[in-house]
Design a protein around this ligand. Structure first.
Ligand code: TYD
Ligand code: MG
Length: 454
Protein backbone atom coordinates (compact mmCIF):
# COMPACT_ATOMS: atom_id res chain seq x y z
CA UNK A 1 0.00 0.00 0.00
CA UNK A 2 1.20 3.49 -0.79
CA UNK A 3 1.77 5.61 2.32
CA UNK A 4 -0.91 8.24 2.67
CA UNK A 5 0.20 11.82 3.35
CA UNK A 6 -0.02 13.41 6.75
CA UNK A 7 -3.33 15.10 7.57
CA UNK A 8 -4.51 17.30 10.44
CA UNK A 9 -7.70 16.34 12.23
CA UNK A 10 -9.98 18.11 14.71
CA UNK A 11 -10.30 15.96 17.85
CA UNK A 12 -13.75 17.38 18.52
CA UNK A 13 -15.68 16.99 15.28
CA UNK A 14 -13.36 14.90 13.11
CA UNK A 15 -12.79 17.63 10.49
CA UNK A 16 -9.80 16.75 8.29
CA UNK A 17 -7.48 19.31 6.73
CA UNK A 18 -4.33 18.97 4.62
CA UNK A 19 -2.85 21.88 6.59
CA UNK A 20 -2.32 22.58 10.31
CA UNK A 21 -4.31 25.30 12.06
CA UNK A 22 -7.63 25.49 13.88
CA UNK A 23 -10.90 23.81 12.98
CA UNK A 24 -13.17 26.02 10.83
CA UNK A 25 -16.24 23.82 11.54
CA UNK A 26 -15.99 24.15 15.30
CA UNK A 27 -15.30 27.87 14.97
CA UNK A 28 -18.45 28.29 12.91
CA UNK A 29 -20.52 26.09 15.23
CA UNK A 30 -19.47 27.33 18.65
CA UNK A 31 -16.77 29.91 18.15
CA UNK A 32 -14.26 27.56 19.83
CA UNK A 33 -10.73 27.46 18.44
CA UNK A 34 -9.99 23.74 18.31
CA UNK A 35 -6.41 23.02 17.23
CA UNK A 36 -6.03 20.47 14.45
CA UNK A 37 -3.85 17.55 15.49
CA UNK A 38 -1.32 16.03 13.16
CA UNK A 39 -2.09 12.50 12.18
CA UNK A 40 0.25 10.30 10.23
CA UNK A 41 -1.48 7.42 8.52
CA UNK A 42 -0.18 3.94 9.10
CA UNK A 43 1.44 2.48 6.04
CA UNK A 44 0.93 -1.19 6.82
CA UNK A 45 -2.78 -1.00 7.42
CA UNK A 46 -4.77 -4.02 6.40
CA UNK A 47 -7.38 -3.15 3.78
CA UNK A 48 -10.76 -2.61 5.45
CA UNK A 49 -12.54 -5.15 3.38
CA UNK A 50 -11.05 -8.60 2.96
CA UNK A 51 -11.84 -10.61 -0.15
CA UNK A 52 -14.22 -12.86 1.79
CA UNK A 53 -16.58 -9.90 2.04
CA UNK A 54 -16.65 -9.10 -1.68
CA UNK A 55 -19.95 -9.88 -3.31
CA UNK A 56 -21.67 -9.14 -6.61
CA UNK A 57 -24.93 -7.25 -7.08
CA UNK A 58 -27.86 -9.70 -6.98
CA UNK A 59 -31.63 -9.43 -7.56
CA UNK A 60 -33.48 -8.78 -4.31
CA UNK A 61 -35.75 -11.79 -4.70
CA UNK A 62 -32.77 -14.16 -4.89
CA UNK A 63 -31.44 -13.03 -1.56
CA UNK A 64 -32.29 -15.32 1.31
CA UNK A 65 -32.06 -14.50 4.95
CA UNK A 66 -30.83 -17.29 7.13
CA UNK A 67 -33.09 -17.95 10.05
CA UNK A 68 -31.58 -18.75 13.41
CA UNK A 69 -28.99 -16.02 13.02
CA UNK A 70 -29.99 -14.64 16.36
CA UNK A 71 -28.70 -15.92 19.67
CA UNK A 72 -30.54 -15.20 22.87
CA UNK A 73 -28.62 -13.65 25.73
CA UNK A 74 -31.20 -15.13 28.12
CA UNK A 75 -31.69 -11.62 29.46
CA UNK A 76 -35.19 -10.95 28.19
CA UNK A 77 -34.95 -7.18 28.52
CA UNK A 78 -31.67 -7.08 26.56
CA UNK A 79 -32.98 -9.46 23.92
CA UNK A 80 -36.05 -7.33 23.34
CA UNK A 81 -34.02 -4.12 23.01
CA UNK A 82 -31.74 -5.90 20.52
CA UNK A 83 -34.80 -6.93 18.51
CA UNK A 84 -35.07 -10.54 19.72
CA UNK A 85 -31.54 -11.64 20.56
CA UNK A 86 -28.17 -10.67 19.16
CA UNK A 87 -27.53 -11.15 15.44
CA UNK A 88 -24.39 -13.02 14.40
CA UNK A 89 -21.88 -10.76 12.72
CA UNK A 90 -23.45 -7.61 14.14
CA UNK A 91 -21.62 -4.86 15.96
CA UNK A 92 -23.42 -3.56 19.04
CA UNK A 93 -22.26 -0.47 20.90
CA UNK A 94 -23.33 -0.07 24.53
CA UNK A 95 -22.79 3.44 25.81
CA UNK A 96 -23.27 4.88 29.25
CA UNK A 97 -21.75 6.75 32.15
CA UNK A 98 -18.94 5.09 34.08
CA UNK A 99 -20.26 2.85 36.84
CA UNK A 100 -23.72 2.47 35.35
CA UNK A 101 -23.28 -1.29 34.86
CA UNK A 102 -22.14 -1.84 31.27
CA UNK A 103 -19.48 -4.39 32.20
CA UNK A 104 -21.92 -6.13 34.54
CA UNK A 105 -24.59 -6.39 31.84
CA UNK A 106 -22.15 -7.70 29.24
CA UNK A 107 -20.64 -10.23 31.60
CA UNK A 108 -24.11 -11.55 32.37
CA UNK A 109 -24.96 -11.64 28.66
CA UNK A 110 -21.61 -13.31 27.87
CA UNK A 111 -22.47 -16.09 30.28
CA UNK A 112 -25.65 -17.05 28.43
CA UNK A 113 -23.95 -16.68 25.04
CA UNK A 114 -21.08 -18.88 26.21
CA UNK A 115 -23.50 -21.57 27.31
CA UNK A 116 -25.52 -21.43 24.09
CA UNK A 117 -22.68 -20.94 21.61
CA UNK A 118 -19.16 -21.24 23.08
CA UNK A 119 -16.57 -19.91 23.08
CA UNK A 120 -17.11 -16.26 23.97
CA UNK A 121 -14.10 -13.97 24.26
CA UNK A 122 -14.31 -11.12 26.77
CA UNK A 123 -11.49 -8.65 26.16
CA UNK A 124 -11.08 -6.14 28.95
CA UNK A 125 -8.78 -3.21 28.42
CA UNK A 126 -9.79 -1.38 31.58
CA UNK A 127 -9.72 -3.79 34.46
CA UNK A 128 -7.36 -6.45 35.73
CA UNK A 129 -8.13 -10.16 35.52
CA UNK A 130 -8.69 -10.14 39.28
CA UNK A 131 -11.25 -7.34 39.07
CA UNK A 132 -13.25 -9.12 36.40
CA UNK A 133 -12.93 -12.40 38.24
CA UNK A 134 -14.27 -10.81 41.42
CA UNK A 135 -17.21 -9.41 39.51
CA UNK A 136 -17.82 -12.78 37.85
CA UNK A 137 -17.81 -14.47 41.26
CA UNK A 138 -20.27 -11.94 42.55
CA UNK A 139 -22.54 -12.66 39.62
CA UNK A 140 -22.01 -16.39 39.88
CA UNK A 141 -20.57 -16.59 36.36
CA UNK A 142 -18.46 -19.71 35.98
CA UNK A 143 -18.77 -20.94 32.43
CA UNK A 144 -16.06 -22.91 30.68
CA UNK A 145 -16.93 -21.40 27.34
CA UNK A 146 -16.23 -17.86 28.54
CA UNK A 147 -12.65 -16.76 27.96
CA UNK A 148 -11.33 -13.68 29.68
CA UNK A 149 -8.40 -11.69 28.40
CA UNK A 150 -6.79 -8.48 29.62
CA UNK A 151 -5.41 -6.88 26.46
CA UNK A 152 -5.29 -3.39 25.02
CA UNK A 153 -3.61 -4.12 21.68
CA UNK A 154 -6.31 -4.73 19.10
CA UNK A 155 -3.85 -6.22 16.63
CA UNK A 156 -3.07 -8.92 19.21
CA UNK A 157 -6.77 -9.50 19.74
CA UNK A 158 -7.27 -9.86 16.01
CA UNK A 159 -4.49 -12.44 15.82
CA UNK A 160 -5.88 -14.38 18.77
CA UNK A 161 -9.37 -14.48 17.27
CA UNK A 162 -8.07 -16.74 14.52
CA UNK A 163 -6.92 -19.25 17.14
CA UNK A 164 -9.80 -18.99 19.62
CA UNK A 165 -12.54 -18.70 16.96
CA UNK A 166 -15.07 -17.10 19.33
CA UNK A 167 -18.75 -16.97 18.40
CA UNK A 168 -19.19 -13.76 20.37
CA UNK A 169 -16.74 -11.05 21.35
CA UNK A 170 -16.90 -8.32 23.97
CA UNK A 171 -14.47 -5.39 23.84
CA UNK A 172 -14.53 -3.37 27.07
CA UNK A 173 -13.98 -0.56 26.15
CA UNK A 174 -13.44 0.83 22.66
CA UNK A 175 -11.73 3.90 24.12
CA UNK A 176 -8.98 1.90 25.82
CA UNK A 177 -8.00 -0.51 23.04
CA UNK A 178 -5.65 0.74 20.33
CA UNK A 179 -4.05 -0.19 17.05
CA UNK A 180 -0.25 0.09 17.35
CA UNK A 181 0.05 1.06 13.67
CA UNK A 182 -1.60 4.41 14.32
CA UNK A 183 0.27 7.21 15.98
CA UNK A 184 -2.66 8.81 17.79
CA UNK A 185 -3.29 8.04 21.45
CA UNK A 186 -5.89 5.47 22.58
CA UNK A 187 -9.28 7.14 22.92
CA UNK A 188 -8.58 9.72 20.21
CA UNK A 189 -11.01 10.02 17.33
CA UNK A 190 -8.69 8.26 14.92
CA UNK A 191 -8.00 5.33 17.21
CA UNK A 192 -11.62 4.86 18.22
CA UNK A 193 -12.82 5.01 14.64
CA UNK A 194 -10.12 2.78 13.22
CA UNK A 195 -10.50 0.23 16.03
CA UNK A 196 -14.25 0.09 15.53
CA UNK A 197 -13.82 -0.24 11.75
CA UNK A 198 -11.37 -3.09 12.27
CA UNK A 199 -13.77 -4.81 14.67
CA UNK A 200 -16.57 -4.33 12.15
CA UNK A 201 -14.50 -6.18 9.55
CA UNK A 202 -13.82 -8.97 12.03
CA UNK A 203 -17.47 -9.22 13.08
CA UNK A 204 -18.84 -9.26 9.55
CA UNK A 205 -16.10 -11.39 8.04
CA UNK A 206 -16.22 -14.11 10.66
CA UNK A 207 -19.85 -13.85 11.75
CA UNK A 208 -19.01 -12.95 15.34
CA UNK A 209 -21.59 -11.13 17.44
CA UNK A 210 -19.50 -8.25 18.78
CA UNK A 211 -20.27 -5.93 21.69
CA UNK A 212 -18.36 -2.71 22.23
CA UNK A 213 -18.48 -0.73 25.44
CA UNK A 214 -18.29 3.01 24.84
CA UNK A 215 -17.93 5.69 27.46
CA UNK A 216 -20.15 8.69 27.21
CA UNK A 217 -18.34 11.99 27.38
CA UNK A 218 -19.70 15.00 29.24
CA UNK A 219 -21.83 16.24 26.37
CA UNK A 220 -23.43 12.83 26.00
CA UNK A 221 -21.86 11.62 22.77
CA UNK A 222 -19.84 8.43 22.61
CA UNK A 223 -16.12 9.11 21.99
CA UNK A 224 -16.56 12.85 21.78
CA UNK A 225 -17.83 13.17 18.22
CA UNK A 226 -20.48 10.66 17.33
CA UNK A 227 -18.06 8.84 15.05
CA UNK A 228 -19.07 5.37 16.14
CA UNK A 229 -22.80 5.70 15.84
CA UNK A 230 -22.91 5.58 12.03
CA UNK A 231 -20.50 2.71 11.88
CA UNK A 232 -22.07 0.13 14.17
CA UNK A 233 -25.32 -1.79 13.60
CA UNK A 234 -26.89 -1.11 16.96
CA UNK A 235 -26.42 1.62 19.54
CA UNK A 236 -27.76 1.04 23.03
CA UNK A 237 -27.53 3.51 25.88
CA UNK A 238 -27.55 2.40 29.46
CA UNK A 239 -29.04 5.12 31.66
CA UNK A 240 -30.18 5.71 35.19
CA UNK A 241 -28.83 7.38 38.26
CA UNK A 242 -25.97 5.73 40.06
CA UNK A 243 -27.75 6.27 43.37
CA UNK A 244 -31.08 4.96 42.15
CA UNK A 245 -31.33 1.23 41.89
CA UNK A 246 -32.81 0.91 38.45
CA UNK A 247 -31.26 1.25 34.99
CA UNK A 248 -32.82 1.72 31.61
CA UNK A 249 -31.36 0.28 28.43
CA UNK A 250 -32.48 2.24 25.40
CA UNK A 251 -31.97 1.47 21.71
CA UNK A 252 -31.26 4.63 19.75
CA UNK A 253 -30.23 2.87 16.56
CA UNK A 254 -30.91 -0.68 15.49
CA UNK A 255 -30.42 -2.16 12.05
CA UNK A 256 -32.00 -5.39 13.29
CA UNK A 257 -34.99 -4.20 15.26
CA UNK A 258 -37.05 -1.31 16.45
CA UNK A 259 -35.57 1.67 18.26
CA UNK A 260 -37.41 3.33 21.13
CA UNK A 261 -37.56 -0.03 22.83
CA UNK A 262 -36.42 0.01 26.45
CA UNK A 263 -35.27 -2.61 28.90
CA UNK A 264 -35.50 -1.98 32.63
CA UNK A 265 -33.07 -3.45 35.15
CA UNK A 266 -32.42 -3.18 38.83
CA UNK A 267 -28.88 -3.27 40.22
CA UNK A 268 -28.49 -5.45 43.29
CA UNK A 269 -25.57 -6.97 45.14
CA UNK A 270 -25.78 -9.95 42.79
CA UNK A 271 -25.79 -8.00 39.56
CA UNK A 272 -28.50 -6.71 37.28
CA UNK A 273 -31.99 -8.11 37.54
CA UNK A 274 -34.61 -7.66 34.89
CA UNK A 275 -37.65 -5.65 35.82
CA UNK A 276 -40.38 -7.21 33.74
CA UNK A 277 -43.03 -5.02 35.31
CA UNK A 278 -41.63 -1.48 35.27
CA UNK A 279 -45.00 0.12 36.07
CA UNK A 280 -45.02 -1.73 39.38
CA UNK A 281 -41.55 -0.37 40.14
CA UNK A 282 -42.47 3.23 39.38
CA UNK A 283 -45.76 3.03 41.26
CA UNK A 284 -44.39 1.15 44.26
CA UNK A 285 -44.38 4.01 46.71
CA UNK A 286 -47.28 6.02 45.53
CA UNK A 287 -49.65 7.65 47.95
CA UNK A 288 -53.25 6.88 47.17
CA UNK A 289 -55.80 9.64 47.02
CA UNK A 290 -53.35 12.46 47.67
CA UNK A 291 -54.12 15.77 45.94
CA UNK A 292 -51.78 16.51 43.06
CA UNK A 293 -51.02 12.89 42.18
CA UNK A 294 -52.23 11.40 38.89
CA UNK A 295 -51.30 8.14 37.17
CA UNK A 296 -50.53 8.49 33.48
CA UNK A 297 -49.39 6.07 30.82
CA UNK A 298 -46.26 6.68 28.78
CA UNK A 299 -45.41 4.55 25.79
CA UNK A 300 -41.80 3.38 25.86
CA UNK A 301 -41.22 1.72 22.51
CA UNK A 302 -44.02 -0.81 22.25
CA UNK A 303 -44.54 -1.03 25.98
CA UNK A 304 -46.84 1.21 27.98
CA UNK A 305 -45.41 2.17 31.36
CA UNK A 306 -47.54 3.68 34.10
CA UNK A 307 -46.01 6.63 35.89
CA UNK A 308 -47.03 8.78 38.80
CA UNK A 309 -47.15 12.44 37.95
CA UNK A 310 -47.14 14.85 40.87
CA UNK A 311 -47.96 18.53 40.92
CA UNK A 312 -47.72 21.00 43.76
CA UNK A 313 -49.43 24.35 43.35
CA UNK A 314 -48.81 26.88 46.10
CA UNK A 315 -49.25 30.62 46.40
CA UNK A 316 -46.08 32.43 45.35
CA UNK A 317 -44.51 34.08 48.35
CA UNK A 318 -42.38 36.51 46.40
CA UNK A 319 -43.16 38.74 43.49
CA UNK A 320 -42.10 36.27 40.81
CA UNK A 321 -43.81 32.93 40.33
CA UNK A 322 -41.83 29.76 39.87
CA UNK A 323 -42.36 26.84 37.55
CA UNK A 324 -40.15 23.84 38.26
CA UNK A 325 -40.45 20.68 36.18
CA UNK A 326 -38.62 17.40 36.75
CA UNK A 327 -39.01 14.45 34.39
CA UNK A 328 -41.17 16.21 31.81
CA UNK A 329 -40.74 18.89 29.18
CA UNK A 330 -40.66 22.32 30.83
CA UNK A 331 -42.17 24.23 27.93
CA UNK A 332 -44.94 21.72 27.48
CA UNK A 333 -45.89 21.95 31.17
CA UNK A 334 -45.94 25.77 30.98
CA UNK A 335 -48.17 25.54 27.92
CA UNK A 336 -50.57 23.18 29.70
CA UNK A 337 -50.71 25.46 32.75
CA UNK A 338 -51.60 28.36 30.46
CA UNK A 339 -54.35 26.28 28.85
CA UNK A 340 -55.63 25.36 32.31
CA UNK A 341 -55.77 29.01 33.33
CA UNK A 342 -57.36 30.30 30.14
CA UNK A 343 -59.78 27.47 29.29
CA UNK A 344 -60.74 26.22 32.73
CA UNK A 345 -60.46 29.54 34.52
CA UNK A 346 -58.03 28.40 37.21
CA UNK A 347 -56.13 31.49 38.45
CA UNK A 348 -52.60 30.08 38.38
CA UNK A 349 -50.98 33.42 37.63
CA UNK A 350 -49.85 34.03 41.22
CA UNK A 351 -49.07 30.39 42.01
CA UNK A 352 -45.77 28.54 42.12
CA UNK A 353 -46.12 25.24 40.26
CA UNK A 354 -43.84 22.24 40.73
CA UNK A 355 -44.26 19.17 38.56
CA UNK A 356 -42.39 15.92 39.15
CA UNK A 357 -42.48 12.41 37.76
CA UNK A 358 -42.03 10.02 40.68
CA UNK A 359 -39.16 7.55 40.75
CA UNK A 360 -36.94 9.68 38.53
CA UNK A 361 -38.71 8.50 35.38
CA UNK A 362 -39.17 10.69 32.30
CA UNK A 363 -42.29 11.41 30.32
CA UNK A 364 -41.70 12.14 26.67
CA UNK A 365 -45.20 11.72 25.31
CA UNK A 366 -48.07 14.18 24.84
CA UNK A 367 -50.44 11.43 26.02
CA UNK A 368 -49.55 12.53 29.56
CA UNK A 369 -50.86 16.09 28.94
CA UNK A 370 -54.25 15.51 30.51
CA UNK A 371 -52.48 14.04 33.53
CA UNK A 372 -50.45 17.23 33.98
CA UNK A 373 -53.61 19.34 33.74
CA UNK A 374 -55.53 17.22 36.24
CA UNK A 375 -52.59 16.98 38.66
CA UNK A 376 -52.23 20.77 38.71
CA UNK A 377 -55.97 21.26 39.09
CA UNK A 378 -56.06 18.63 41.83
CA UNK A 379 -53.30 20.30 43.81
CA UNK A 380 -54.79 23.77 43.31
CA UNK A 381 -58.26 22.74 44.49
CA UNK A 382 -56.80 20.36 47.11
CA UNK A 383 -59.06 17.58 45.89
CA UNK A 384 -57.58 14.18 45.16
CA UNK A 385 -57.88 12.30 41.90
CA UNK A 386 -59.09 8.74 42.69
CA UNK A 387 -56.19 6.32 43.14
CA UNK A 388 -57.66 3.67 40.84
CA UNK A 389 -58.04 6.03 37.90
CA UNK A 390 -55.77 6.17 34.84
CA UNK A 391 -55.66 9.42 32.86
CA UNK A 392 -54.74 9.43 29.17
CA UNK A 393 -54.98 12.20 26.59
CA UNK A 394 -53.15 14.88 24.66
CA UNK A 395 -54.29 18.45 25.30
CA UNK A 396 -54.45 21.11 22.60
CA UNK A 397 -54.30 24.89 22.97
CA UNK A 398 -58.08 25.30 22.89
CA UNK A 399 -58.42 22.91 25.81
CA UNK A 400 -59.53 20.03 23.59
CA UNK A 401 -58.49 16.49 24.48
CA UNK A 402 -56.98 14.73 21.50
CA UNK A 403 -56.78 11.02 20.69
CA UNK A 404 -53.67 8.99 21.55
CA UNK A 405 -52.09 5.88 20.04
CA UNK A 406 -52.12 2.37 21.50
CA UNK A 407 -55.01 2.98 23.91
CA UNK A 408 -55.76 -0.72 24.26
CA UNK A 409 -52.22 -1.58 25.32
CA UNK A 410 -52.23 1.24 27.88
CA UNK A 411 -55.55 0.17 29.37
CA UNK A 412 -54.50 -3.47 29.48
CA UNK A 413 -51.38 -2.55 31.45
CA UNK A 414 -53.49 -0.49 33.86
CA UNK A 415 -56.05 -3.28 34.29
CA UNK A 416 -53.24 -5.73 35.07
CA UNK A 417 -52.03 -3.41 37.82
CA UNK A 418 -55.42 -3.15 39.48
CA UNK A 419 -56.72 0.11 38.06
CA UNK A 420 -60.49 0.11 37.77
CA UNK A 421 -61.33 3.02 35.49
CA UNK A 422 -59.83 5.39 32.99
CA UNK A 423 -60.43 8.81 31.50
CA UNK A 424 -59.51 8.78 27.83
CA UNK A 425 -59.96 11.06 24.80
CA UNK A 426 -63.49 10.95 23.36
CA UNK A 427 -61.93 10.44 19.95
CA UNK A 428 -60.47 7.13 21.06
CA UNK A 429 -63.73 5.83 22.55
CA UNK A 430 -65.72 6.60 19.43
CA UNK A 431 -63.48 4.41 17.32
CA UNK A 432 -63.07 1.55 19.74
CA UNK A 433 -65.06 -1.41 20.91
CA UNK A 434 -64.71 -3.47 24.05
CA UNK A 435 -61.93 -1.93 26.16
CA UNK A 436 -59.98 -3.73 28.88
CA UNK A 437 -61.11 -1.18 31.47
CA UNK A 438 -64.31 0.85 32.10
CA UNK A 439 -63.56 4.17 30.42
CA UNK A 440 -65.12 7.60 30.07
CA UNK A 441 -64.35 9.62 26.97
CA UNK A 442 -63.81 13.36 27.34
CA UNK A 443 -63.51 15.96 24.60
CA UNK A 444 -62.24 18.91 26.66
CA UNK A 445 -60.26 19.47 29.84
CA UNK A 446 -63.40 21.05 31.27
CA UNK A 447 -65.29 17.78 30.90
CA UNK A 448 -62.39 15.84 32.40
CA UNK A 449 -62.28 18.12 35.43
CA UNK A 450 -66.05 17.88 35.94
CA UNK A 451 -65.84 14.10 35.80
CA UNK A 452 -63.00 13.87 38.30
CA UNK A 453 -63.82 16.58 40.81
CA UNK A 454 -67.64 16.75 40.82
P1 TYD B 1 -19.80 -1.80 36.19
O1 TYD B 1 -20.48 -2.90 35.45
O2 TYD B 1 -18.35 -1.96 36.42
O3 TYD B 1 -20.07 -0.42 35.45
P2 TYD B 1 -19.44 0.15 34.08
O4 TYD B 1 -18.79 -0.97 33.35
O5 TYD B 1 -20.61 0.73 33.34
O6 TYD B 1 -18.46 1.21 34.45
O7 TYD B 1 -20.53 -1.69 37.60
C1 TYD B 1 -21.13 -0.53 38.06
C2 TYD B 1 -21.44 -0.50 39.53
O8 TYD B 1 -22.32 -1.52 39.90
C3 TYD B 1 -20.23 -0.61 40.42
O9 TYD B 1 -20.11 0.62 41.12
C4 TYD B 1 -20.55 -1.71 41.37
C5 TYD B 1 -22.00 -1.99 41.18
N1 TYD B 1 -22.32 -3.43 41.24
C6 TYD B 1 -23.31 -3.85 42.10
O10 TYD B 1 -23.91 -3.07 42.83
N2 TYD B 1 -23.61 -5.20 42.14
C7 TYD B 1 -22.97 -6.11 41.37
O11 TYD B 1 -23.28 -7.31 41.43
C8 TYD B 1 -21.95 -5.65 40.48
C9 TYD B 1 -21.19 -6.60 39.61
C10 TYD B 1 -21.67 -4.30 40.44
MG1 MG C 1 -16.74 -1.24 32.96
Amino acid sequence: MKPRPTVWRCQECGFVSPKPGTCPDCKRASGALMPLVEERQATDRAPHRPDTLRTRPAPLRDITVEQGDRVTTRIGELDRVLGGGVVRGSLVLIGGDPGIGKSTLLLQAARALAEAAPPVLYVTAEESTAQVKLRADRLGVATDGLLLWVETDLAAVEAEIDTVKPRALVVDSIQTVFLPGLESAPGSVTQVRECAARLMTIAKGRGIATFLVGHVTKDGAIAGPRVLEHLVDTVLYFEGDAHQGYRILRAVKNRFGSTNEIGVFQMSTAGLHEVTNPSGLFLAERSHDAPGSVIVSSLEGTRPVLLELQALVTRASFGTVRRTVLGADYNRVCLLLAVLEKRAGLPLGMQDVFVNVAGGARITEPAADLGVVLAAASSFTDRAVPGDLLVVGEVGLTGEVRAVTALDARLKEAAALGFRRAIVPAGNVAESRALPLPTKGVATIHEAMRLVFD
